[in-house]
Design a protein around this ligand. Structure first.
Ligand SMILES: NC(=O)c1ccc[n+]([C@@H]2O[C@H](COP(=O)([O-])OP(=O)(O)OC[C@H]3O[C@@H](n4cnc5c(N)ncnc54)[C@H](OP(=O)(O)O)[C@@H]3O)[C@@H](O)[C@H]2O)c1
Length: 238
């Protein structure tokens, strides 16, 4: 039986991925802050799931809990970072920006580094993180969110190159969703909002293929390409 940890498994894509991994014979350590949701998941499938509640924006506690979970699972093959936050923040309220940075930059880095060191020591393992298409360009509505996702994309590329240099079986995958039907899909005039189930199936496929990065769902590749190549003079007016 393979072993995995999902950071941010209480809802959305993390929860969907927990179910897909269980179907595929993984034992999975599920994390998040909402303890009652973790218990509900554990009750659904006690044989496949272990749970641990913590906030990734508290690095010292996060590392302690990750160590405990790895011991309880007796090893890890895969760690998925799905935890993330972000809000529309046109007024640049600093507390809102800070919350995003604390989770998507500080917490993300703490977990990603812990996983990288763990896999480096073990000489095998796969780190997967869910960044976003939002990381490809800046946003006037949610500046910290897009900037934090750009950070994640860049950081994961760095770790992927570092992993390749190890010449062991350590892999890093960056998953870049478009819009997915979860609490995180915020704002007006949303389009192409994809179902969680379809999205997580495509994420699992990308994990199995050990892709460097993947846009999900596939149709969002088109928009990613448009976004990347759009001249500033057009993008600035949107
Ligand atoms: N939905 C979209 O359209 C979309 C598009 C592109 C990228 N993404 C990214 O996809 C990832 C998953 O989001 P989702 O769409 O599945 O939304 P979601 O349902 O809101 O899931 C977010 C998860 O992150 C956890 N989390 C948030 N802050 C945390 C913290 N400080 N410590 C520990 N866990 C924390 C939440 O658990 P607790 O609240 O229980 O802690 C929850 O399980 C995020 O990184 C998001 O940025 C989403």
């Amino acid at each position: 039986m393979k072993k995995a940890i999902i950071i941010g498994a209480t809802s959305g894509m993390g929860k969907g991925l927990a179910k897909v991994l269980a179907e595929n014979n993984y034992k999975v350590g599920l994390t998040g802050r909402r303890t009652e949701l973790l218990h509900a998941l554990k009750n659904e499938n006690p044989d496949s799931f272990l749970i641990k509640s913590f906030d990734i924006s508290e690095p010292k506690i996060a590392v302690e809990k990750l160590e405990e979970l790895a011991t309880e699972l007796d090893g890890i093959d895969l760690l998925i970072i799905s935890a993330g936050t972000g809000d529309i923040n046109e007024n640049l309220d600093f507390e809102t920006e800070k919350r995003t940075i604390d989770t998507n930059v500080l917490g993300f880095t703490c977990v990603a580094d812990w996983a990288f060191h763990y896999f480096e020591k073990q000489k095998s393992g796969h780190l997967v993180a869910i960044s976003s298409i939002a990381g490809l360009r800046g946003s006037r509505q949610a500046p910290a969110y897009n900037a934090s996702k750009a950070y994640q994309i860049n950081y994961l590329e760095g770790l992927r190159i570092k992993a390749a240099k190890l010449k062991d079986k350590v892999y890093v995958t960056d998953i870049r969703p478009g819009l997915v039907d979860t609490a995180m899909a915020k704002g007006e005039g949303l389009f192409w909002v994809m179902p969680v189930e379809k999205t997580v199936r495509q994420i699992y496929k990308a994990i199995r293929k050990r892709k460097k990065y993947a846009y999900v769902t596939k149709r969002w590749r088109i928009l990613a390409s448009l976004l990347k190549h759009m001249p500033g003079i057009i993008y600035d007016k949107m």
